[in-house]
Design a protein around this ligand. Structure first.
Ligand code: SF4
Length: 237
């Protein structure tokens, strides 16, 4: 699997897909990428070290994703990331984090700030429609107020292309995200091994009426395919 890439458009950065012990939540109905995991921390560290060795600091800006949350990466990998940041002059670093780990964010920020690195923590919200999010997607965010969800987080992911969504609901989700977060990342649902399927009518509506509104917005990333950041696909792509 391709685990290192460089994003050259909108917020240029290097990105690495690392492996941890696995998502602790695992209950999101649409997700099967939490399968990229191993209980063997030594093997995870060896893999992560090989991936991190490719980071060159070209933009002083790195995004770390791991099919889960940063605490699942393990202490050795976190420390190695800190070392790589120091050595490669990286001053801006992104991590992913589920809502259940929100209390772990402040200590991590402090730890990286000591190394001169500003953290940007991304939460998968998927939608601010709390009923849809919790009853259908089982996201595990008990809070319904977007402002409170955003406390401690800097960026959010949204998931579009699901039955029941509409042009107005998708625009409303993006606008809410832009009010409460520095950046918004839109993912479009793709077929996977779960029982949640992409709704082609909703995706067509997104591409026709929503995508053009945000395509050039520097605060909005839009992944029409989940490998658009250049990681997660086959090695030879
Ligand atoms: S929290 Fe993330 S990795 Fe875990 S099940 Fe949900 S979407 Fe998948």
């Amino acid at each position: 699997m391709k685990r290192y890439s460089i994003i050259t458009e909108k917020n240029p950065r290097e990105i690495v897909l690392l492996r941890g012990t696995g998502c602790k939540w695992k209950r999101c109905t649409f997700c099967d990428y939490h399968l990229d995991r191993s209980e063997n921390e030594a093997e995870n560290f060896a893999l992560n070290a090989a991936v991190l060795a490719q980071v060159n600091g070209i933009y002083h800006h790195l995004e770390v994703i791991n099919s889960g949350s940063f605490p699942e990466l393990g202490e050795a990998t976190i420390e190695l990331i800190r070392k790589v940041c120091r050595e490669k002059g990286i001053t801006t670093l992104h991590f992913e984090c589920h809502y259940l780990y929100r209390n772990a964010i402040a200590p991590l920020r402090e730890r990286f700030a000591e190394a001169g690195v500003t953290l940007h923590i991304k939460i998968g919200v998927e939608t601010f429609d709390a009923t849809y999010r919790e009853e259908i997607l089982h996201k595990g965010i008990s809070q319904t107020d977007p402002a409170k969800i955003a406390e401690g987080f800097d960026e959010c992911c949204l998931l579009f292309g699901l039955s029941g969504q509409s042009v107005s609901s998708m625009i409303s989700d993006i606008e809410t995200g832009l009010v409460h977060f520095q950046r918004v990342c839109v993912n479009i649902m793709e077929e996977n091994t779960t029982s949640v399927h992409p709704d082609t009518d909703v995706i067509s509506a997104f591409i026709k009426d929503v995508y053009p509104l945000y395509q050039t917005n520097p605060r909005v990333d839009i992944l029409l395919h989940n490998t658009d950041f250049g990681v997660g696909g086959p090695e030879n792509e």
